[in-house]
Design a protein around this ligand. Structure first.
Ligand SMILES: CC(C)(COP(=O)(O)OP(=O)(O)OC[C@H]1O[C@@H](n2cnc3c(N)ncnc32)[C@H](O)[C@@H]1OP(=O)(O)O)[C@@H](O)C(=O)NCCC(=O)NCCS
Length: 169
């Protein structure tokens, strides 16, 4: 996509960013088959995220007047995380996401970040493949958990192997 511009978040982008955050939540609702994820108004979670990271660390992909994608950087000294990356569903598959991530990587370099990570949900295979293509090819911490709540037999999928152990995901 040639007419794409990346720019910093501005206050007038709030509603559009809430809508993109709702699309991010929708992705998680679909992969976990759980419409309750994110609550009644999931877009509002963007506001808390904006407070945490600050508007100077939120960047938008813009086509014409339309904000079609969002990313941001959570930095702690020499470590940082790109979180989230979301592209509006009708604009996916046209490299907008890769352009956004590439921008965040360059910003992280300017900030002196040495270790730049992403933490996609294990079930988000599209995102894992997307981030791998963007250059995130080294594994850091693995988040292992056990589910202590109520469960159904098909709640978890049989998943990938690591060091000879098979995990659910
Ligand atoms: C993941 C996401 C940001 C990718 O954005 P995008 O603009 O569609 O991605 P790109 O067009 O830049 O894709 C580049 C590569 O990523 C992979 N990819 C992206 N979306 C994919 C999909 N839906 N299915 C399979 N692979 C996909 C492909 O390998 C693709 O390579 P290709 O161009 O050779 O086909 C977008 O699909 C999205 O917003 N998803 C919902 C939110 C989400 O899950 N975010 C990630 C976790 S924070």
């Amino acid at each position: 996509m040639s007419d794409i511009e990346i720019r910093r978040y501005e206050a007038s982008d709030l509603d559009r960013c809430r809508a993109l955050w709702a699309e991010l939540t929708q992705q998680h609702r679909e992969i976990y088959d759980d419409p309750s994820i994110g609550g009644d108004d999931p877009g509002m979670e963007f506001d808390g995220h904006l407070d945490r990271v600050g508007p100077e660390r939120v960047w938008l992909a813009v086509v014409g007047d339309d904000v079609v994608g969002l990313t941001s950087l959570i930095q702690q000294g020499e470590e940082a995380e790109v979180e989230p990356v979301v592209v509006s569903s009708e604009h996916r598959g046209r490299r907008v996401g890769q352009i956004l991530v590439g921008y965040a990587i360059e910003e992280a370099k300017k900030l002196g970040v040495l270790c730049l990570g992403v933490k996609p949900a294990a079930r988000n295979q599209d995102a894992i493949s997307f981030f791998y293509d963007a250059g995130f090819k080294t594994l850091g911490h693995i988040h292992m958990f056990m589910w202590l709540g109520e469960s159904t037999p098909d709640m978890w999928k049989k998943g990938p192997e690591l060091f000879g152990k098979t995990f659910d995901y």
